[in-house]
Design a protein around this ligand. Structure first.
Ligand code: GLC
Length: 538
């Protein structure tokens, strides 16, 4: 403990040492978790699980409570282990898909940073942290390389979208080939990679209690480089992070350029995670000051301008336009006529969410599951907003979850709009892939959000749906159709994050104390600042 207190920054935002001092059932869980929900479901008080577990080949998924171990769990572990990638004999990640039947490999034989997150969480929850440590070190080493696209040199802090290991059986050498977007379809920049890396470093630290990895020179420097990129000053008038299309999970043109919710939620969570791991040395302190300022501005902006519920929608509907000066109510000059019809039809009286994007004269009202779940996990959403997001999911279950959890975004864009927004992308036709497709990987995020908000029944319902089909269908990458009934047109089978996402969801529900590694409790320093109070009954 001494070492922790002297060299790591123990911020008010997230206190690693408190976790290390205490059993793994930490404050976050106690506070936000509705014990009654669990006892109603027949799930008893979760047993504390020690950091390291033995029996690495055996899934620790247990039958100690009302859960019968589902046969899918063992199958999933086998499939997950088959996807392991080794560098000089050490596991360093999992490939995106182990699909031998697919003719086109494209880049699905690579270790994607974002795809590895659920794999990493599964291994951490199963008491196998070494692969996660290897991955974190390998990727931070890759960050240190010089990165160029044509003649343009990328920022030092840029993290790879993916990497692969080339084995030369003759020379007996292993070589790492990384992709920073220079090979990716559309040359998209993986803005989310750096954020996921920081979030994962915190998950590793929380789960193992090993602060030494985060304290290494490599990790401290890596974090600072990522932070330098996203905290740098520019021409911005907003604290949100400006991005190009395709810079995260939706890695194709889908109208997510500007200030997409996914990136803002990850940005917020990564900033808070970094706060808890940066050292209190001169460089670290300087970053911490910048982070605190940004977090205040970012939470204000997001909670005020991205939040939509019935009341807020009604206010926007009545907005005046062309307002000049500080007194403007309609700050971004959104023209009420631009609100799509479907928003009026599908906004329930109970519930709300962070919309997809906000920029001058533009509100993208689409629902994006990942951004909203991460907003709950990182406590970008206030407790009231988090509860409202879960209310919305319950109220709009058919649209947002359907028959295969979870829809990536809602609704799909079609016809003329699809032509303009996607550039006629045949992979992103309506209700397919990124355009309203259903992605099993999102199950772990939904489950984590459910547990944090004390709604485990919702997670259970989603897991039951998944268990009815996922294994039988060969762990597809995504499903198509308005309610997600059809295996996706071009979906890979044995998609690793579909497999790992299922395992993480199962383990979280069985032992909710795991939540602490991927969730941040509310920061009391950041005051809720929504002008219009969120209203349950309007
Ligand atoms: C697709 C997804 C992307 C994922 C990659 C590998 O490109 O859109 O989010 O990382 O496949 O699975």
């Amino acid at each position: 403990m001494e070492a922790v207190n002297s060299s790591s920054s123990i911020s008010e935002l997230d206190d690693i040492s408190r976790l290390l001092d205490r059993p793994r059932l930490n404050i976050e869980r106690k506070r936000s978790f509705d014990e009654r929900s669990f006892s109603e479901m027949g799930i008893f008080e979760p047993v504390n699980s020690p950091g390291g577990r033995s029996g690495l080949e055996t899934p620790v998924s247990s039958d100690r409570n009302s859960f019968e171990p589902h046969p899918m769990v063992a199958e999933a572990w086998d499939a997950l282990r088959r996807s392991l990638v080794y560098f000089r004999g050490q596991p360093v990640g999992t490939i995106a898909a182990y699909d031998h039947a697919s003719e086109e490999v494209l880049n699905y034989d690579q270790v994607f940073v974002r795809d590895f997150v659920p794999s990493a969480l599964a291994f951490l929850m199963n008491g196998e942290p070494d692969i996660v440590k290897n991955f974190l070190l390998k990727t931070i080493q890759i960050q240190g390389r010089e990165k160029k696209i044509d003649r343009f040199k990328l920022g030092e802090g840029a993290m790879p979208a993916s990497f692969k290991i080339l084995h030369d059986p003759i020379k007996k050498t292993d070589t790492v080939i990384a992709d920073f977007g220079e090979s990716a379809i559309g040359r998209v920049a993986p803005v989310d990679s750096g954020f996921w890396w920081i979030i994962l470093l915190r998950a590793y630290t929380k789960s193992t209690g090993d602060t030494s990895l985060a304290e290494t020179h490599e990790c401290q420097k890596g974090m600072r480089l990522i932070l330098s990129l996203c905290l740098s000053e520019g021409f911005d008038t907003f604290p949100t992070l400006l991005c190009a299309d395709g810079c995260s999970m939706v890695d194709r043109r889908m109208g997510v350029y500007g200030y997409p919710i996914e990136i803002q939620a990850l940005f917020f969570m990564a900033l808070r995670s970094a706060m808890s791991m940066l050292k209190h040395d001169t460089e670290g302190k300087e970053f911490m000051e910048r982070i605190v300022k940004r977090l205040h501005a970012l939470s204000f902006h997001m909670r005020s301008y991205f939040w939509l519920d019935f009341q807020q929608l009604n206010d926007i509907y009545r907005y005046k336009t062309e307002e000049y000066s500080h007194t403007a109510v309609n700050k971004f000059n959104v023209i009420p006529d631009s609100i799509p019809e479907w928003v009026f039809d599908s906004m329930p009286l109970r519930g709300g969410y962070f919309i997809g994007n906000v920029s001058p004269a533009r509100m993208d009202f689409r629902w994006f599951a990942l951004g909203n779940c991460v907003a709950i996990l990182g406590s970008l959403a206030t407790p009231e907003q988090s509860a409202a997001i879960m209310d919305l999911i319950e109220e709009r279950w058919e649209e947002l979850v359907g028959e295969m959890p979870v829809k990536i975004c809602h609704p799909a864009i079609e016809s003329h709009e699809w032509r303009i927004v996607t550039g006629c992308d045949p992979k992103n036709t309506r209700w397919s892939y990124h355009n309203g497709g259903s992605w099993p990987v999102l199950l772990w995020l939904l489950t984590a959000a459910c547990i944090k908000t004390g709604r485990p029944q919702i997670a259970k319902r989603a897991i039951d749906l998944t268990e009815a089909r996922l294994l039988k269908d060969g762990w597809p990458e995504y499903y198509d159709g308005k309610s997600g009934r059809f295996i996706g047109k071009q979906a890979r089978k044995f998609q690793t994050w579909s497999i790992a996402g299922y395992l993480v969801a199962k383990m979280l529900l069985e032992d909710p104390s795991h939540l602490g590694m991927i969730s941040l409790e509310e920061d009391k320093q950041i005051k809720p600042v929504i002008k219009r109070s969120y209203s349950w009954t309007c």
